[in-house]
Write a protein that binds this ligand. Structure first.
Ligand code: ARG
Length: 467
């Protein structure tokens, strides 16, 4: 019999039981549901709404159910509809009618908001761990590869030489912003909604501060309608998750390109690649491709949730039950993708010689020639033209800029002297980008030092929240 069967004459159609149920998804929130109920029961006793003895029976019953679920012996019945009613039914079966007192001064509407917020807070901390772990790996690579130069690209055309460390650190900073976005999500999920009851608040003399403290919430909702109506905290998380995936997909794409035989900048480890069932020579970057591909699912989850919430009248509507599946999916997907990316980057082999050769070609030093002439008082536009002319000549002759004799340079501009060869050297080109955020080794070093401090700060933030 349904816990709410009182006003019904007929039982629900078996199709409706299935269609209406969220149990297959929200059973993952069992721990939060039980912890929330324990805090609620204690509060009911503390405020004298139920007797101490009744609360302790309820708490003991809930603790037993927690153990049963964790041992795998708890029987989930789809007819219970959701995790909240599964647990409440099991409680009453265990401890008798006193179990029915647990739901005093509470509704599933504020209960589900509470559980979801608790679950997401935990998940954000876990995702945060993975973000930090990947950031740590990138910094480690950056420190190790300070001598590796590769071409930086725009439009996927070789542009200017940069340090491989600088390239890795670019992803560090993207992930840094992702981490702060997660912190923001955490802050806004960290609001205790229990007490809103169905929508209007409760008539019982509850103690919301007590419940918030028991459950580790730092704030309490200011409006009961808002507390049970909004899922903006889920959407915000989906947006942060999408951004993480967008960043990872770009790195994944670069790893795929770099590991192609046409580039050969890196080789992915056997442990992070797969073979082909037909072509014996193949070593495919499947993990990177899956990270790139799974980005689409996470974007989908964001769009789904934005669309589900659009235009819903206040307060709770059953549409909102659709919030959890995508949330769970995005959590798993970003955790796995961050983890996979860390594994791939930590095991990849860097072919620094190939990178260097590529950086020496492709006229990545053409800007150097222009800047050199600017140093001699030539306006940048004119210097740009001189360098462009030299590049065109080189292409016609099938050589690089450094292959020209001094006479050939001077034919284009008499201001050029033999220091031009030093100027065109890619290592010097890198060193010369000695500006904040530039690719000069001392500036990359500066970034690494900042990054290490930020990683420590991030760790501390997680530690303070028990992760
Ligand atoms: N299973 C529901 C959900 O996940 C719980 C809240 C249901 N409340 C209600 N009045 N039907 O959203």
């Amino acid at each position: 019999m349904k816990l709410w069967s009182g006003r019904f004459l007929k039982s629900t159609d078996s199709f409706v039981d299935e269609f209406n149920a969220s149990l297959p998804v929200d059973k993952h929130l069992y721990k939060q549901d039980i912890e929330g109920s324990i805090a609620h029961a204690k509060m009911l006793a503390k405020t004298g709404i139920i007797a101490d003895e009744e609360a302790s029976q309820i708490v003991t019953g809930l603790e037993t159910i927690l153990k049963e679920i964790e041992a795998g012996s708890f029987i989930f019945d789809i007819a219970d509809e959701d995790i909240h009613m599964s647990i409440e039914r099991a409680l009453t079966e265990k401890i008798g009618p006193v179990g029915g007192k647990l739901h005093t001064a509470r509704s599933r509407n504020d209960q589900v908001a509470l559980d979801t917020r608790m679950f997401l807070k935990d998940a954000i901390l876990e995702v945060g761990q993975e973000v930090l772990a990947l950031q740590e790996e990138l910094v480690k690579i950056a420190k190790r590869e300070m001598d590796t130069i590769l071409p930086g690209y725009t439009h996927l055309q070789r542009a200017q030489p940069i340090l491989f460390s600088h390239h890795m650190m670019a992803y560090f900073w993207m992930l840094r912003r992702d981490f702060t976005r997660l912190k923001g999500c955490f802050k806004r999920a960290d609001v205790m909604p229990l007490g809103a009851a169905a929508l209007a608040g409760t008539t019982y003399p509850i103690d919301m501060e007590f419940v918030a403290k028991e459950l580790g919430f730092s704030k309490i909702s200011n409006n009961s309608l808002d507390a049970v109506s909004d899922r903006d905290f889920v959407i915000e998380f989906q947006a942060a998750a999408s951004m993480i995936m967008m960043h990872l997909s770009r790195l994944a794409e670069e790893l795929i390109i770099w590991s192609s035989s046409e580039f050969s900048f890196i080789e992915l480890d056997d442990a992070y690649t797969t073979g082909s069932s037909i072509m014996p020579q193949k070593k495919n970057a499947d993990v990177a491709e899956l990270i790139r591909g799974k980005t689409g699912r996470v974007y989908g989850n964001l769009l789904q949730m934005l669309t589900t919430m659009k235009g819903l009248p206040l307060a709770y509507n059953k549409d909102m039950q659709e919030d959890k599946e995508g949330m769970l999916d995005s959590i798993t997907t970003i955790k796995n993708s961050l983890f996979g990316m860390k594994g791939m980057t930590s095991t990849m082999k860097i072919h620094s010689e190939v990178m260097r050769q590529s950086a020496e070609g492709g006229f990545t030093n053409a800007t150097e020639l222009a800047d050199y002439l600017v140093g001699k008082g030539v306006p940048f536009r004119d210097a740009h033209r001189v360098s462009g002319n030299m590049v065109r000549k080189a292409i016609e002759e099938g050589c690089w800029l450094t292959d020209f004799s001094l006479e050939e340079f001077q034919a284009e501009s008499p201001l050029i002297d033999d220091e031009v060869y030093d100027v065109l050297d890619i290592q010097n080109a890198v060193k010369r980008r000695d500006v904040r955020g530039g690719t000069a080794p001392n500036r990359v070093q500066e970034q690494i030092e900042k990054a290490e401090k930020l990683i420590d700060k991030g760790r501390k933030w997680l530690d303070e929240r028990g992760k």
